[in-house]
Write a protein of this length. Structure first.
Length: 209
């Protein structure tokens, strides 16, 4: 499907305990190193709390996507601690959301299937809701799937390079989507474009080799 939604386990992926739910932290990282067979990024120490829009910034190839995948459970925590609060829902948008050659469902039907709030979608998305998904442009499809993450009931939204492949107007719409949901959940936005993150993020997490 175009995005993966899963329930955060709060399980210790390395030594440590799950974050205290009363502290407001959805993610707590302490000297965490993430990767696959070998380390890719880290060590990093940070917290993510409800209402944060955290811009994860760094050069291409440094491991920003791997950090998000570790939170989503598809990359490994090799050292340190990375805890996600228990009983929280996670929505993850990859860099290139998959669209089948034939998708005979409308944007409205997609949002309903994924439990996203159709009524809260910004006005510029409303005109796409009754169109078939396979007849939208690549940018329109990408923006609708991003709203499927933001407009659902996720507590933590992970967006990997969401401005990729968008024209300037599409980037404007993306900024509207993020502003429309600010304060309702925590969002991590990966990008190598510092000006974009300065516009949409409440704070920035810089990562590097």
């Amino acid at each position: 499907m175009v995005q993966a939604t899963a329930r955060g386990t709060g399980q210790e992926q390395a030594a440590g305990t799950a974050p205290d739910s009363t502290s407001g932290a959805l993610v707590t990282a302490e000297d965490v190193v993430v990767g696959y067979a070998r380390p890719v990024l880290g060590p990093l120490t940070f917290r993510v709390e409800a209402g944060d829009v955290v811009g994860v910034w760094g050069p291409n190839g440094v491991g920003k996507s791997t950090l998000l995948k570790a939170m989503a459970g598809t990359a490994r925590v090799l050292r340190g601690r990375l805890d996600v609060a228990q009983d929280r829902r996670i929505a993850y948008q990859s860099q290139q959301p998959v669209r089948l050659p034939e998708m005979p469902l409308t944007g409205r039907e997609l949002l309903a299937y994924l439990g996203a709030d159709e009524s809260g979608a910004p006005q510029r998305l409303q005109g796409w809701l009754d169109q078939r998904m396979d007849r939208l442009s690549g940018g329109q499809f990408q923006l609708l799937t991003i709203w499927a993450c933001l407009g659902g009931d996720a507590d933590l939204v992970l967006l990997d390079e969401p401005s990729n492949n968008l024209d300037p107007q599409g980037v404007e719409v993306l900024a509207e989507l993020l502003a429309a949901r600010r304060g309702r959940e925590a969002v991590l936005v990966v990008s190598h474009e510092a000006p974009f993150l300065e516009r949409v993020a409440t704070r920035r997490l810089e990562v590097g080799p």
